[in-house]
Design a protein around this ligand. Structure first.
Ligand code: 3HC
Length: 697
């Protein structure tokens, strides 16, 4: 074996050979690991002095699967199926000793062994569909031989990760070892029976169970093409012998690996890891946040308190008086009771979480809080009053956060004598469900306060994304431009239904006008009225939404908005057509037709353009963070990877041309960003730009 390969090393204990994989950070099956495993398998197979083999990944690790970073590149020899075939061909018994995770290709390797033992905290799963691919190294053929076809459809189709005890129950693992996993593996290896999984028959099939598992997986798969493909593959190959099944798996794996959807999902996987890296915070320790307080127990405040309780922390919710506190308490009880009724939680867990939240009107309760999140009415005078009071009661070093969406958190911080302790934590409704959390760094936010915001978000199971201060932060600022341009398209000739249909066929669950109706049109209307005096007269203003609101059409809650809801569904409404026609006439517009593709490209381009401005201003650290904001907070289709990944795919020259057209339609505020122009002229991408920057921000 190549001695310079430190990714895979062999040591001996008597007649047992221990093959150790050691490749930071997670023992992915990168080229050196595949090469090392192949050489080790061949060497040991030919070594008559070896009576058993143990395959392991060192303490706390096994194998996290194929190397996701290699998947944008062509396949490189040795390919994983060949490595796995070589492991399975070792004539001596091979034991997989699993501590940590055996995911994707990691479990495929383990299933090529004769015996699989694991520590109680180990977990296993064929999770490839999360990345838009399917198990491509025999996983779709070996797993059904262990658990049956219907169960394999469920596990692979839903990308389930199983804890070791459950995997033992299903027969994926052979046993759990509490202590001294390696010693036990060494003890078992020489005498273990050869049990070649690929030679096992597939257990008797159950058509009804397969059908039910297939339907459930496809439903949960949210349109990821790989899910339907793998479900079909599992059913098709269940009647084939192993070599034929393996061949079919490969045929379907390769095009998925090369697909645009898989590239988008990989991009998002890596983007999530990247988002946690914030320049300047290396080694900075977050402050404590065991006890959280929330100011305001309305919909947002209650949702935040639930997110806190769901994460096992305690929350005090401050309401303006005891009656409001009681209302909040009953809202929380109802919300948890509903979750228990739907089967999402047991009654006991629901009761436990309810008990972790204490609504009260007593501000003295704040004295103990480590982190206080203001979620009160969006009005600067209200915020001023709250932050002045907080400054008086909060303990020294407590982190003070505002959940404002539109007000300036720097101004809010200035109401205290401790602006270094203040930051924005912008949750998205419903706050206990939505994954996105914008962590807003104010001018004076201390590094450990920002680190606390990020650590707190992570503890809540959220995806925290750092934003600087600007109107609307990253998400709402870009969304506002997107909405404005959708309204230009309508005034220029598209119908709201056409715009929504184009967005839905692009992959959004709901079009933008339908979303507006669902959230209610009045909040944006009030904001437009407030800003009317300061609006730049050079910016094109479309008054259709104002006319709808003036006519009492505030969205779903009033039975009509951009659509009519009399039938219970969103239906186009002649009254809206008449309003649009009148506005077009008033604006002197001759309506023209737009194809769905024109609508999609225009709206994508204006989002990318505003995003480029946000990057230029240093509001966002990197393009991939913006992609995460949109895919996690605004329904942008994950299969498109986010607006900047999608803009890269369209080509930034085409995007710039669209933005130039949009600028003619939109006037002031719609001009192309210098960064977009620069990247388009250099014929490069946002991704390349991100990669090339030594220090983001
Ligand atoms: N390939 C390359 N890098 C990977 C990786 C992988 N499969 N899995 C994780 N990493 C990297 C991450 O990018 C991150 O890198 P960074 O430190 O530079 O940011 C580092 O490992 C740590 O990852 P996490 O931050 O996610 O660490 P956690 O401890 O929270 O989670 C994990 C570890 C459970 C392994 C999680 O990373 C994970 O779920 N990874 C993906 C596993 C997966 O999807 N495997 C299947 C791959 S597809 C496959 O195997 C195809 C086959 O069938 C042919």
């Amino acid at each position: 074996m190549d001695q310079s390969n430190t990714a895979v090393t062999i040591s001996r204990e008597g007649a047992v050979a221990l093959v150790r994989i050691d490749f930071a950070p997670v023992n992915a099956l990168s080229r050196p690991v595949r090469q090392g495993l192949l050489e080790a398998a061949r060497e040991l197979a030919a070594d008559a002095s070896v009576r058993g083999v143990v395959l392991h990944g060192g303490p706390g690790r096994f194998i996290a699967g194929a190397d996701i970073k290699e998947m944008d590149l062509p396949l490189d020899e040795p390919i994983l199926p060949d490595v796995i075939a070589a492991i399975e061909a070792i004539p001596q018994p091979v034991v997989a000793a699993i501590d940590g995770v055996a995911l994707g290709g990691g479990l495929e390797v383990a299933m090529a062994c004769d015996l699989r033992i694991a520590t109680p905290k180990a977990s296993v799963g064929l999770v490839e569909t999360r990345l838009g691919i399917l198990p491509g190294s025999g996983g779709t053929q070996r797993l059904p031989r262990l658990v049956g076809t219907a169960k394999a459809i469920e596990l692979i189709g839903e990308a389930k990760v199983l804890r070791a005890p459950e995997a033992v129950n299903l027969g994926i693992l052979d046993g759990i070892v509490e202590d001294e996993l390696l010693a036990e593996a060494v003890r078992l290896a020489p005498g273990a029976a050869k049990r070649v999984v690929s030679a096992l028959p597939i257990p008797a099939r159950n058509e009804a169970a397969e059908e039910a598992a297939a339907q459930a997986a496809i439903k949960k798969g949210k349109g990821v093409p790989a899910v339907a493909v793998v479900v079909g593959l599992l059913r098709e190959t269940a009647a084939m012998d192993f070599p034929a099944g393996l061949k079919r798996e490969r045929e379907l794996f390769l095009p998925l690996r090369a697909s645009a959807e898989a590239a988008a999902l990989r991009h998002l996987f890596l983007a999530e890891r990247e988002a946690a890296r914030v320049p300047g915070l290396e080694g900075v320790k977050p402050r404590a946040f065991a006890h959280v307080a929330v100011i305001g127990g309305g919909t947002m405040g209650s949702g935040i308190a639930m997110a806190v309780a769901d994460a096992g922390l305690t929350a005090t919710v401050i309401e303006r008086d005891e009656a409001a506190a009681a209302t909040c308490a009953s809202r929380l009880r109802d919300a948890y009771a509903k979750q228990a009724k739907s089967g999402r939680l047991t009654d006991a867990v629901a009761a436990e979480r309810t008990a972790r939240i204490t609504p009260t009107a007593d501000w003295n309760a704040l004295a103990e809080a480590d982190l206080i999140i203001e979620a009160a009415f969006e009005d600067m005078a209200v915020k001023e009053d709250i932050f002045r009071r907080l400054d008086a009661v909060a303990k020294p070093g407590a982190v003070l956060a505002t959940n404002t969406s539109y007000l300036n958190p720097d101004e809010i911080a200035a109401f205290t004598k401790r602006p270094q302790d203040v930051l924005g934590l912008h949750f998205f409704a419903p706050a206990n469900i939505m994954k996105l959390l914008e962590v807003v760094r104010c001018a004076e936010t201390a590094p450990d306060v920002l680190a606390t915001g990020l650590a707190f978000g992570k503890k809540l199971g959220k995806l925290p994304i750092v934003s600087g201060v600007c109107e609307g932060f990253i998400g709402n600022r870009i969304y506002a431009v997107y909405r404005r341009h959708a309204e230009y398209l309508v005034e220029d000739g598209a119908s709201p239904r056409e715009v929504d249909a184009a967005l839905e066929s692009y992959g959004f669950a709901m079009g933008l006008f339908a979303v507006g109706d669902m959230s209610g049109l009045d909040i944006a209307w009030a904001m437009r009225k407030r800003r009317a005096a300061t609006r730049d007269p050079g910016e094109r203003y479309v008054a259709i939404a104002d006319r709808l609101c003036e006519a009492g059409r505030l969205g779903r809650k009033t039975g009509s908005g951009w659509y009519n809801y009399a039938s219970g569904k969103a239906e186009p409404d002649p009254a809206v057509d008449a309003i649009i026609a009148a506005e077009r006439q008033a604006a002197g517009v001759t309506p023209r037709a737009f194809t769905p593709e024109q609508i999609q490209n225009r709206l994508l381009a204006v989002m990318a353009n505003e995003a480029a401005k946000i990057l230029e201003e240093g509001i966002s650290l990197r393009p991939s963070d913006i992609d995460l904001v949109f895919t996690n907070g605004y329904g942008f289709p994950r299969l498109k990877g986010g607006p900047l990944f999608a803009a890269d795919q369209l080509g930034l020259r085409a995007v710039l041309a669209e933005v130039e057209a949009a600028a003619k339609a939109g006037g002031v505020g719609s001009e192309p960003a210098a960064l977009l122009r620069e990247l388009a002229e250099a014929n490069t991408t946002f991704k390349e730009w991100q990669r090339g920057r030594a220090t983001p921000g």
